[in-house]
Design a protein around this ligand. Structure first.
Ligand SMILES: Cc1cc2nc3c(=O)[nH]c(=O)nc-3n(C[C@H](O)[C@H](O)[C@H](O)COP(=O)(O)OP(=O)(O)OC[C@H]3O[C@@H](n4cnc5c(N)ncnc54)[C@H](O)[C@@H]3O)c2cc1C
Length: 510
């Protein structure tokens, strides 16, 4: 039993998590032929996918490329566009000029020096994100990160995607089943059969009887059918730290010649924030909020106001309410079952970390696919430790956006309550009063967000780090001045060479 080799994986659930997991596993363990890992995915056609989740991180480029996907075909089929940043509007105090960027591009010369340190010491008055790299200027002009001649997945600037979630899982389904040897079963899982040791032996389906496998991946969304319901792994409720618990989502047609934004726009509201994502053919807009701080009706009114439409026009957009239970599982891998996606947990959509965690979970599973059942418990234990750390660090990073806000209202006060901030983040905030975030502080491979992300958000939110007493050395000055002039040169070059998102996507879709 324990030396039983792992030869088959059954993924339950065909949303973004299920199909990304299938693609990542099949990229590494070709499932065609007798010798490869047999990968099967079962999805229920009458249980819809969540259908939101339209902003990705740049890591998605490598995931798609490794799966052998043609980038232009993906862009066309998923009505996708390029995402280069998140733009935060109104998060500091809600004043008219209150915005900052968290770009995907690292600060210029990131591996040679710490530009943020010079920016603090020299008392620069330009915002950090506007001078650290060219991406903010490029985003403000709605420019694409690449030329039409740039090779697939390459770019003048780093980018991820905005994509249609429904189309994306359909696109991956087709690619995985037609080109990667993944087997698809369209059926509903009704029950689970266990082995004596508590492992899952098989799932019982409505029309295809029992389907067995050596390893099961639970991608059943918020239901967490295998890990939560059948294996009874507890849910860690994080609503005290992360009060957002509701979303209202709409799909909005473009006005004629409306630009396609290069960034996800996150606009702060009374008790939450509005996301605004520009796809090729439409916008995806939604209000995420805490229903303990604002009523559903008021939240809808605020979304309507954001969209600048009448009540009738708003109701024609058929807003969809989604309940969010912020938190994650005590364990992500238990016995012979791994949860990936919403079944493992979800906090809130800020910074679009969910698909990033799906990709990281599936990649770790693919890299450490247990050779046999006896190896599995050791790997599961390490997997659980690594992802437990990662989820907690995601909470810290999301919390960072809230704790420095000077906005009025109970939601913002409650979100910044020190009782809801981890000891690690409290210590970091103390440390950063004296020195800027430094690469050496973020030494774990499982950090979800890099040092640069902390710098962009911290200084975007107006955090004050004291200049060092020793002043700026001539070398540091030379490095920083050369970095700033590179940024200026890049802005001017890119402003003349890059087409707008719409122009380049028209060519790709043409
Ligand atoms: C408001 C909101 C905004 C978000 N925005 C972002 C974002 O910008 N970026 C980001 O990265 N993430 C975002 N997310 C998260 C993202 O939507 C999810 O991580 C992603 O869609 C993955 O969902 P899933 O595949 O885990 O679940 P689902 O999409 O719910 O899929 C579940 C699947 O399980 C199947 N299933 C369920 N029960 C059974 C059964 N009994 N038998 C067989 N099959 C079954 C269903 O048929 C379905 O195929 C957002 C989430 C929310 C709520």
């Amino acid at each position: 039993m324990s030396s039983r080799p792992i030869k088959s994986v059954l993924i339950v659930g065909g949303g973004t998590a299920g199909w990304l997991t299938a693609a990542i596993l099949a990229s590494k363990h070709k499932s065609e032929g007798e010798s490869g890992l047999k990968i099967t995915l079962i999805e229920a056609s009458d249980i819809p996918i969540i259908g939101v989740g339209e902003g990705t991180w740049p890591g998605m480029k490598a995931t798609l490329r490794n799966a052998g996907i043609d980038e232009n075909e993906f862009l066309r089929e998923c009505q996708a566009s390029f995402k280069q940043a998140s733009k935060f509007v109104g998060w500091k105090d809600g004043s008219a000029d209150d915005f900052y960027y968290h770009p995907f591009e690292l600060p210029e010369g990131f591996y040679q020096g710490n530009l943020a340190q010079y920016w603090v010491d020299a008392g620069k008055t330009d915002t950090f994100s506007s001078i650290a790299c060219a991406q903010e200027a490029v985003c403000e002009k709605h420019l694409s990160p690449k030329l039409i001649t740039t090779p697939q997945y390459g770019g003048a600037l780093n980018y991820g995607y905005h994509l249609d979630a429904g189309k994306f899982s359909g696109f991956l389904r087709q690619h995985c089943t037609q080109k990667m040897g993944v087997n698809l079963v369209l059926d509903k899982v009704l029950n689970v059969r266990f082995r004596e040791n508590g492992d899952i032996e098989a799932v019982t389906t409505e029309n295809n009887g029992d389907i067995d496998a050596d390893l099961f991946v639970d991608c059943t969304g918020f239901r967490s059918l295998l890990l939560g319901q059948h294996l009874g792994v507890e849910f860690k409720d994080k609503s005290a730290e992360m009060p957002i618990n509701s979303a209202l989502a709409v799909q909005v047609p473009y006005q004629e010649n409306e630009p396609i934004q290069s960034a996800t726009i996150s606009t702060a509201q009374e008790a939450g924030w509005v996301w605004d994502i520009g796809l090729y053919n439409r916008r995806g807009v939604g209000h995420v909020y805490s229903s303990n701080h604002v009523s559903d009706e008021e939240a809808a009114r605020q979304l309507q106001k954001y969209l600048g439409v009448t009540e009738v026009e708003f109701s024609d957009l058929t807003p969809r309410k989604i309940d969010i239970n912020p938190g994650y599982r005590e364990k992500f891998w238990h016995k012979n079952c791994v949860a990936i996606g919403l079944s493992a947990g979800f906090l809130e959509p800020l910074e679009a970390s969910a698909m990033m965690v799906i990709e990281a979970s599936a990649a770790l599973l693919a890299d450490h696919m247990p050779a046999n059942r006896s190896a599995m418990d050791f790997i599961a234990d390490r997997f659980n430790k690594r992802f437990g750390f990662r989820w907690q660090r995601i909470i810290d990073f999301l919390k960072l956006h809230y704790v420095m806000s000077n906005r009025d209202g109970m939601f913002w006060k409650d979100s910044a309550d020190p009782a809801t901030i981890s000891e690690r983040l409290k210590a970091d905030l103390e440390l950063w009063k004296a020195q800027v975030p430094n690469k050496a502080e973020f030494d774990s491979v499982d950090e979800a967000f890099p040092t640069a992300s902390y710098q962009y958000v911290l200084y975007g939110m107006g955090y004050k780090t004291a200049p060092r007493g020793v002043g700026v050395s001539p070398d540091e000055e030379r490095f920083a001045l050369s970095a700033f002039s590179n940024v200026e040169r890049n802005i001017s070059l890119m402003s003349t060479k890059l087409k707008t998102n719409r122009e380049i996507l028209d060519i790709i879709n043409g």
